[in-house]
Design a protein around this ligand. Structure first.
Ligand code: MTE
Ligand code: MO
Length: 414
């Protein structure tokens, strides 16, 4: 534990500030309704078969500000995960962000009819059923996904709006390398093109080295089948690469000699190799989820600043917090396992003095790469560092929350 932070024992001894809270919590619960009155027999049967959260819990996904979902055609555009309510490091599947389906509805795929074809520059082109994929040796790994559209604007109010296009799940599936070795990749191949099964196909080019390294063909998400919005029955997971590479409804992998300009790559790949590289692998990024925009601190006193950190290049090594707008930094504690290419939860003891301040987090990954400031990012792309900085690559800059003296929390870019 960092020496500048109060020790946990000291914190418990100084529990007086929280005594009022504890008393309230110990009062016997009243007004409980017997289950039989609250639910019909039908509903009770459903609940026994498949659980649901308490109706007191209201946390929900919302569409991005810039475009409504469902739209006039009943289609879903980008839908944001409620990071302000998140705890731990796993996003519940029902609250995972959803990327636009590129002009298609979420496909309703019968897993018995679905096939995955591997062809192109291989010795033995193969077609797998989902059952055949499930018979193969599998791994379970925790990885985040993030859309390149996940960028904070001054108009955004909450962390759901500034950062909600990232989520983290426990994924289960077969290493793609195993399937490719089974097919026998021919010499001269350097990329794969992966394609989804929708009307408008999601397709993407991925370097063969990445495909053979840690990509997974997944059928499991958080202990059950992948949800339709996340790619049922199978999806590709490309750990640490921009979300668009993680092809849902995966139905075809073609091994090819060079990068293919696919539907998805168009607009995401630039002539500038720096842009192309940044579009693939996501840099170290973090955000404070509490206290965050539109939350309110009831008054001065003890709080735990908490949030999430992740990197496309490996595990998170450390997170620092600033409570003075980035002038000084103090280490936070990692409060979850720090898996490679996974959300990592951090926490930081903070006693708020009731004065206006700007809080921010900054992470460092296992390569030693430090999350850049907005000024760094603006300078790198040769753009003015104004409140609506829009960079060509994934924006992983340090993000500020302004805590006003009345305890209300606001977007620090506004
Ligand atoms: N088949 C298919 N796969 C896809 C997409 C798509 O439209 N179709 N969108 C991609 C984009 S842009 C992102 S950011 C991720 C998002 O995954 P999610 O919707 O499960 O969060 O899926 C990618 N895979
Ligand atoms: Mo995306």
């Amino acid at each position: 534990m960092n020496s500048k932070q109060p020790s946990r024992r000291g914190f418990l001894k100084n529990g007086a500030a929280l005594a009022g809270l504890a008393l309230g919590a110990m009062r016997p619960a009243s007004g409980q309704t017997p289950a039989s009155e609250a639910h019909s027999e039908e509903h009770l049967k459903d609940l026994i078969a498949y659980g649901e959260r308490s109706h007191y819990v209201k946390s929900v996904r919302i569409p991005v500000m810039e475009r409504m979902s469902p739209d006039d055609f009943g289609m879903t555009f980008h839908v944001l995960s409620p990071l302000q309510d998140s705890v731990g490091m796993i996003t519940p599947s029902s609250l995972h962000y959803v990327a636009t389906h590129r002009g298609s509805y979420v496909p309703d795929i019968n897993p018995q009819e679905h096939r995955l074809m591997i062809h192109g520059m291989v010795d033995r082109p193969l077609i797998f059923t989902v059952e055949e994929i499930k018979r193969l040796p599998f791994v379970t790994r925790t990885h985040f996904l993030e859309c390149s559209g996940n960028r904070a604007r001054a108009t955004h109010k909450t962390v759901q709006q500034t950062h909600g296009m990232t989520s983290c799940s426990e994924w289960t599936g077969v290493p793609l390398s195993l399937l490719l070795k089974e097919a026998g990749v021919q010499s001269g191949a350097s990329f794969i093109v992966a394609e989804g099964a929708e009307t408008v196909k999601g397709a993407t080019s991925i370097p063969l080295a990445k495909a053979m390294d840690d990509c997974l063909v997944c059928y499991g998400q958080n202990g059950e089948a992948i949800r339709p919005q996340q790619g049922f029955p199978i999806r590709l997971i490309v750990p640490g690469f921009e979300g668009i590479h993680n092809i849902k409804y995966l139905r075809r992998i073609k091994v090819v000699e060079q990068h293919y300009m696919t539907y998805n790559d168009y607009g995401h790949i630039a002539a500038d190799s720096r842009v192309a590289a940044l579009n693939r692998q996501i840099g170290p990024k973090s955000v404070i989820t509490f206290p965050s925009g539109e939350q309110k601190l009831p008054g001065p006193g003890f709080y735990e600043i908490t949030g999430l950190a992740w990197s496309g290049s490996g595990a998170i090594r450390s997170v620092d917090i600033s409570i003075d707008g980035g002038q000084t930094w103090t280490p936070a504690e990692l409060r979850s396992p720090a898996y490679p290419m996974a959300h990592t939860r951090f926490g930081f003891h903070w006693t708020w003095d009731g004065k206006e301040c700007v809080i921010m987090s900054r992470c460092t990954d296992e390569l030693g790469t430090v999350q850049p400031t907005r000024a760094d990012v603006a300078k790198y792309w040769n753009k003015p560092n104004d409140s609506d900085l829009q960079v060509p690559g994934t924006d992983n800059s340090v993000f500020p929350w302004r805590v006003a003296s009345d305890g209300s929390v606001h977007n620090g870019l506004a």
